[in-house]
Design a binder for this molecule. Structure first.
Ligand SMILES: NC(=O)c1ccc[n+]([C@@H]2O[C@H](COP(=O)([O-])OP(=O)(O)OC[C@H]3O[C@@H](n4cnc5c(N)ncnc54)[C@H](O)[C@@H]3O)[C@@H](O)[C@H]2O)c1
Length: 366
């Protein structure tokens, strides 16, 4: 097991953070939360990845004690801006017991997983192992070590091809690929474990996550990521000669698919709200996370062209199997549970943040 402190802001801030990290991470001593102390001890799996790293940043900035467990398969060490990074794999049961044995966590947030849908079709075993079996492994550790708050990254892919104007959490689950199925099975396991043990959970079903942190230090970096806004930004930057719209004959106003694009910083904030919700005794909940606002593929491409000032080449290709015409979240349940309100982040703002990040990534890798 390798441990390392994440990078941070200024020198004094880094020293303070290091002291704080060492203070909470003293091998051999089991630490419990002090009563009356609002500082929460959280294990974040996948905290070096795109979404997890934004949550780690916000939790650390809010003064919570963060331990990240990540195998760095797609995550980046430098993305862990707060707390401590333990480099290791969720499949390693002995490692999990050691990590849980040293700190009495108040909560676990589980982001780690494999996320590329086409890959899940050709390598389903990887997805059921990493997403489903490893979630079971983590749940087992939570139960053995008395950790009773669990926040899980799920996905709109559990709905499959739902063509309602707004998809509610009551929509039947009918995933059409192993990625979605692996998440649906995880959701079911979490609910079953919670029914048998004193564990409360929040499952967040994310819609289309995009953007990057305002400070420009965090963003999407996984090599296989095929998300539309990222692909459009890469095309604007000349990293791809052209991009493809998969089908423009859908029953939508401009013929292209409509999705609910959410800014990663808003999503990260919702995780802190989920934590507060569980801390205050909230009951287990499964909630969509989306703005309830649909944008078409063409609108996204126009937004990226606009913010980049580049009129890049776009071709229209065949529809892809299993792409619903429209997938937009009903979010009333999220608003009621957390008092959450969308910040009103515009598509242009999301595109600008994504483009800034992609430029930075290009500059550091070329
Ligand atoms: N990005 C999206 O649009 C989106 C949408 C819906 C749901 N989600 C879910 O959100 C979560 C995070 O997604 P992301 O976009 O940040 O992906 P990501 O690939 O950037 O992050 C995943 C992180 O988990 C780590 N990891 C993977 N397997 C591991 C293992 N076995 N042990 C330890 N660490 C491991 C990776 O190194 C990486 O840091 C995933 O569970 C994903 O299914 C993402």
């Amino acid at each position: 097991m390798e441990t390392a402190c994440g990078a941070g802001g200024g020198k004094r801030f880094r020293e303070w953070r290091l002291r704080r990290t060492l203070d909470c991470y003293n091998p051999g001593v089991k630490i419990t939360a002090h009563s009356g102390n609002a500082r929460i001890r959280i294990l974040i799996t996948g905290g070096a990845g795109y979404i997890g790293s934004h949550v780690v940043k916000q939790l650390g900035d809010a003064g919570h004690a963060v331990t990240v467990l990540d195998n760095l398969s797609t995550g980046r060490r430098e993305a862990v801006l707060n707390g401590e990074l333990i480099v290791g794999d969720l499949a390693d049961a002995a490692l999990l017991d050691s990590v849980f044995g040293r700190v009495q966590f108040d909560a676990v947030m589980h982001f780690a997983g494999s996320i590329v849908v086409p890959e899940s079709v050709v390598d389903p075993i990887k997805y059921y192992a990493n997403n489903t079996a490893n979630t079971l492994q983590l749940l087992g550790a939570c139960v053995r070590h008395g950790v009773n708050r669990f926040i899980f990254s799920s996905t709109a892919a559990v709905y499959g091809v739902a063509d309602q104007a707004l998809v509610s959490e009551d929509e039947p689950l009918a995933p059409i690929n192993p990625y979605g199925a692996s998440k649906m099975m995880s959701e079911r396991m979490i609910a079953d474990v919670a029914a048998a043990h004193p564990l409360k959970y929040v499952i967040l079903r994310y819609f289309n996550v995009a953007g990057a942190d305002a400070g420009g230090r965090l963003g999407q970096s996984g090599a296989g990521a095929s998300h539309l806004i990222r692909v459009a930004c890469q095309t604007a930057l000349g990293m791809r000669p052209e991009m493809t719209i998969y089908g423009d004959d859908y029953p939508t106003p401009d013929g292209t698919c409509i999705r609910d694009y959410i800014h990663v910083e808003d999503l990260a904030e919702a995780h802190l709200q989920a934590l507060t919700y569980l801390q205050r005794g909230g009951d287990s909940a499964t909630l969509n996370f989306g703005y309830g606002r649909g944008r078409s593929v063409r609108e996204v491409i126009e937004a990226v062209k606009q913010v980049s000032g580049v009129d890049f080449a776009v071709r229209v290709g065949e529809r892809r199997a299993g792409d619903p015409a429209r997938l937009v979240a009903a979010n009333a349940r999220l608003k009621a549970a957390f008092g959450w309100q969308p910040r009103g982040t515009t598509l242009d703002e999301i595109a600008r943040a994504a483009l800034t990040w992609e430029k930075r990534l290009l500059a550091t890798t070329s």
